[in-house]
Design a protein around this ligand. Structure first.
Ligand SMILES: Cc1cc2nc3c(=O)[nH]c(=O)nc-3n(C[C@H](O)[C@H](O)[C@H](O)COP(=O)(O)OP(=O)(O)OC[C@H]3O[C@@H](n4cnc5c(N)ncnc54)[C@H](O)[C@@H]3O)c2cc1C
Length: 447
């Protein structure tokens, strides 16, 4: 498609993974695009950070083999998956104080048999629990991992006779890990959707994908190069303060010191910013009210630097009944002795200062690995608004990409993708909005 000389550039607001995906999709179709990001770097909640000597991401991220749109986006911008991501077959192990650890390993069998085998051979759980997990999985396959009426994950598991031991050792950590929401309030619809995406199609969908170096090198950096090579513009440190809307149509955006005229905008900001930018416009009141219903949940990541010889023994280990939920050995990234401890969702740890939080996490590690020396240094990254809460019926409040204003589209993990807040949800939403604009341009050019 040839660019139309009269076409004003599409403005994408927000350079997180949703905005990046939208801008790449437009650039790929020769549609002029300006990507405006208020921060000094792209990536949003999935960005690389440098704190003193520590070069990490703002929280340990993991992708799944099921992240179809994200992996496709990487291919489209000529990023070779294996250059930026390391793929690991799903293999999880959880430490339990004073009990045998629990392990889940998927064998090299086609889906869904790999799940069946993994559940049947779950180490650390009684045979009756393993059989009950298997029956539950078969039931989910029958209903295609979809339920019409939402309820909490806890209620759904109880209805399907999952024992407290099984819930504690398997479903609870999977739920909080995937939805960043505790199971008594988490949406069963979203949880089942996540399980279905990971386990019901190809075996490789349940693979875990970790960055080789950092998140910035996976998408933000190569995508910015791609957008600029395709005559798009990436502008950092540009905060949009107002959306200009006249007679129900978008006419431009105002920045702190400038304005840009346009007839098409993709607003890919976090839901709180979106709500703020939409709220002055009466025509968008309904969308604003929907967005106001969304709540946020935090993720804390504690980075502990041990002596460089310290190894976890595996790259990831879960922990049950402790404040720490997952420990990642950053030796995998060449950062030997550095452990990233992830704590998702609400909890009493949110009331503690960093010193107390680090002391608690270090004490838990000392119990599990008494031979390790004390950590040499520590850092905490608290993301108070890491994700929206995937609570019961939340899908009803997640806005669609289309808005009541002509030319204005929404994108972001919180929009109605039916997925939890993930990189994949963000990418999917960004590409969807861009595709609507591309289709409209194609229709116009045919006329
Ligand atoms: C600690 C942590 C761990 C996570 N772990 C995982 C994981 O393992 N796997 C996974 O899939 N997901 C994970 N997530 C979720 C994932 O990071 C998010 O779902 C995803 O990054 C959201 O992308 P987004 O583009 O929708 O929003 P954001 O990343 O929030 O992007 C919005 C962008 O808009 C910019 N912006 C805001 N206001 C303005 C303005 N006025 N003008 C211009 N720009 C503006 C912001 O600076 C930001 O860059 C995690 C999140 C966190 C915080």
């Amino acid at each position: 498609m040839k660019p139309d000389a009269e076409t004003k550039p599409v403005v994408v607001i927000g350079g997180g993974w949703a905005g990046i995906a939208a801008a790449v999709e437009l650039a790929r179709h020769d549609i002029p695009v300006i990507l405006l990001e208020s921060a000094k770097q792209l990536g949003g909640r999935a960005r690389s950070v440098n704190i003193e000597e520590l070069h990490v991401d703002n929280g340990q991220h993991m992708l799944l083999g099921a992240y179809e749109s994200t992996l496709d986006l990487l291919r489209k911008i000529d990023v070779n998956e294996s250059d930026v991501l390391q793929r690991k077959p799903l293999s999880l192990q959880w430490y339990r104080p004073e009990k045998k650890s629990v392990s889940l390993n998927t064998p090299r069998l086609p889906a869904p048999f790999h799940l069946a085998w993994a559940l049947l051979t779950l180490k650390g759980l009684a045979l009756r629990d393993r059989l009950s997990a298997l029956r539950f999985a078969r039931r989910l396959e029958k209903i295609k991992f979809v339920i019409d009426n939402d309820c909490s994950v806890a209620d759904f598991l109880a209805k399907h006779q999952q024992s407290p031991a099984l819930i504690h050792a398997l479903w609870e950590p999977l739920c909080i890990g995937a939805l960043n929401t505790h199971l008594h309030e988490a949406s069963a619809q979203i949880f089942l959707r996540t399980l279905g995406d990971s386990f019901n199609h190809a075996r490789s969908d349940s693979d875990l994908l970790l960055t080789r170096t950092n998140l910035g090198s996976v998408l933000p950096k190569p995508a910015a190069d791609y957008i600029e090579r395709h005559k798009g513009s990436v502008r950092l440190g540009q905060r949009v303060s107002t959306l200009c809307i006249e007679n129900g149509t978008i006419t431009g955006v105002t920045l702190d010191n400038a304005s840009i005229a346009t007839t098409e905008v993709i607003l890919a900001t976090p839901h709180t910013t979106t709500q703020r930018l939409l709220s002055p416009h009466t025509v968008l009141q309904e969308t604003c009210e929907q967005i106001t219903q969304l709540q946020d949940r935090p993720i804390c990541t504690v980075y502990l630097q041990f002596d460089k010889t310290v190894r976890l023994g595996r790259w990831l280990r879960g922990s049950l009944g402790t404040v720490s939920q997952w420990i990642f050995d950053r030796g995998l990234y060449g950062q030997h002795g550095l452990m990233a401890v992830v704590i998702s969702g609400d909890g009493e740890h949110l009331q503690w200062d960093n010193q107390k939080l680090c002391a608690q996490v270090a004490a838990e590690i000392a119990t599990q690995y008494p031979q390790w020396p004390a950590p040499q240094s520590q850092q905490v990254i608290r993301e108070k608004r890491a994700t929206f809460a995937s609570t019961v019926n939340v899908n009803q409040y997640r806005p669609n990409a289309e808005t009541a204003v002509q030319g204005l589209w929404l994108a972001g993990d919180y929009t109605n993708t039916h997925l939890p807040a993930t990189l994949e949800g963000a990418v999917r939403s960004g590409r969807y909005s861009a595709q609507q604009i591309i289709a409209a341009h194609q229709r116009q050019r045919r006329q």
